[in-house]
Write a protein that binds this ligand. Structure first.
Ligand code: SF4
Length: 334
C-alpha cells in the first residue's frame, strides 16, 4: 500500500432535495463535510448502521449521485478527475477507472443474459474492446481470475449459488480494468461460510491487480479481517477514523464502542459487558443539534447537546469527533 491517495475528498457533502407535495420541499443531508484520503492499494473500510450515509458516500465517489458541496478527486498518477464536475464522455471515461460491486448478487444480474454477456456488457457499452474475439478473451481472463469455470459463461445466472453469482458480479466490475472499486455490503447477502470465500477472493484480486477498495459494511467483524483502515460514519459524518489495528485495539468514540459491543462474543464473560446501542439513528431530515450521537450516547453532557465536536486527528493519525474522548479514554485505562 502506498501513502499517496488515489481518492481524496475535502468537505464533501451530498444533499437531496425532496419533493413532499405541491408546495413542500425540504433538504435531506445524507452526507456532510467528509474529508478523507484513500491511499492507493488500500482496503479502506466504511462502517456504520443503515442510514449513516455510507452508501451515499460510495455513490458520490462514483458520481452516481451529485456532490452538493466540497470536492472529490481521483488521481492514479496517469489520469486525474474532479469527480464532482464529471459528465458526458468524461464521466464514461471515469467509469472505466471506478466501479461498483453490488450488495445483492440475486438482483444485480439480469436473468435473461448469459454470464458471458453480463461480464462483457461494460466492455461493449464503454467501447473498450474492438472485436468479439477481443471481448471474449478479456471475459475469459477475468472469469478465470474470479474462479469461474469457462463452461459457466454459457449459462444463465439462475443456475448459480449466491457465492458464484457474487463472483460473476465481481468479474463484471473488474472487466473494464478499474483501479478503484466500491464494494457496498458485497458479502452481506451471503451465508457466513461463503462470505469468507468471497472476502478472500477480493483480497487476492486486490493484491494481484493493485486495486484500491472502499469496502462498505455495517459489520465490524467483516471489516476487521479485510481492511487496512476504517472510518466509522454516523448520520452522514465520520465520527472516528484510524488504522484497523488502532481502531480495534482502542476505539475512542462511544458510537464505535457500541458497534464493537454488538459483535457477538464466544466468551460468556464478555457477553455481560456489552454496551447496548439504545434507540434508532435519527432521521437525516430532522437532525439533532450539537453532537449527532447525543440522543443515544450514555456519556452525553450539556455541551454535547449544543456544540458539534470537530473530527480531530491525533499525532498517531487516529481521528475522533467527541468532546469527551480523552476523558473517557483515561477513565477506561484507570
Ligand atoms: Fe457522546 Fe458527547 Fe462524545 Fe457525542 S460528544 S459522543 S454525545 S460524549
Amino acid at each position: 500500500m502506498s501513502d499517496t491517495p488515489l481518492i481524496s475528498t475535502d468537505g464533501l457533502s451530498v444533499t437531496f432535495r425532496i419533493n413532499a407535495g405541491a408546495f413542500k420541499k425540504f433538504d435531506l443531508k445524507a452526507v456532510e463535510g467528509i474529508s478523507i484520503d484513500i491511499p492507493k492499494g488500500s482496503f479502506f473500510g466504511i462502517v456504520g448502521e443503515s442510514g449513516s450515509g455510507k452508501t451515499t458516500l460510495g455513490r458520490a465517489l462514483l458520481k452516481a449521485v451529485d456532490i452538493s458541496e466540497g470536492t472529490a478527486t481521483y488521481d492514479d498518477g496517469e489520469v486525474q478527475y474532479d469527480i464532482g464536475s464529471l459528465s458526458g464522455a468524461e464521466l464514461t471515461e471515469y467509469r472505466k477507472h471506478a466501479q461498483l460491486i453490488f450488495q445483492d448478487p440475486y438482483a444485480a444480474l439480469s436473468p435473461r443474459m448469459t454470464v458471458r454477456d453480463i461480464i462483457a456488457e461494460p466492455l461493449e457499452v464503454m467501447k473498450i474492446t474492438k472485436t468479439r474475439t477481443e471481448t471474449d478473451e478479456r471475459v475469459r481472463e477475468i472469469a478465470a481470475k474470479c474462479r469461474l469455470n469457462l463452461e459457466h459463461l454459457r449459462r444463465f445466472p439462475h443456475a448459480f449459488s449466491g457465492g458464484q453469482r457474487q463472483r460473476i458480479s465481481i468479474a463484471r466490475a473488474l472487466v473494464s480494468g478499474p483501479k478503484f472499486i466500491v464494494a457496498d455490503e458485497s458479502v452481506a447477502a451471503l451465508d457466513l461460510s461463503i462470505q469468507a470465500d468471497v472476502l478472500n477472493l477480493l483480497k487476492q484480486i486486490q493484491a494481484e491487480m493493485g486495486l484500491t477498495f472502499m469496502f462498505i459494511s455495517h459489520d465490524l467483524s467483516v471489516v476487521a479481517h479485510t481492511c487496512d483502515h476504517v472510518a466509522v460514519m454516523y448520520l452522514g459524518r465520520i465520527v472516528e477514523s484510524a488504522t484497523t489495528r488502532d481502531l480495534f485495539a482502542q476505539p475512542r468514540h462511544p458510537y464505535t464502542k457500541a458497534l464493537f459491543s454488538a459483535i457477538p462474543s464466544l466468551d460468556p464473560d464478555d457477553r455481560g459487558k456489552a454496551q447496548k446501542l439504545e434507540g434508532e439513528i435519527p432521521s437525516p431530515t430532522n437532525q439533532p443539534p450539537g453532537c449527532k450521537f447525543h440522543t443515544r450516547c450514555p456519556y452525553a453532557i450539556d455541551i454535547c447537546k449544543s456544540a458539534e465536536p470537530k473530527l480531530e486527528k491525533s499525532p498517531d493519525g487516529h481521528a475522533v469527533s467527541c468532546h469527551r474522548w480523552e476523558e473517557l479514554l483515561a477513565e477506561s485505562a484507570a
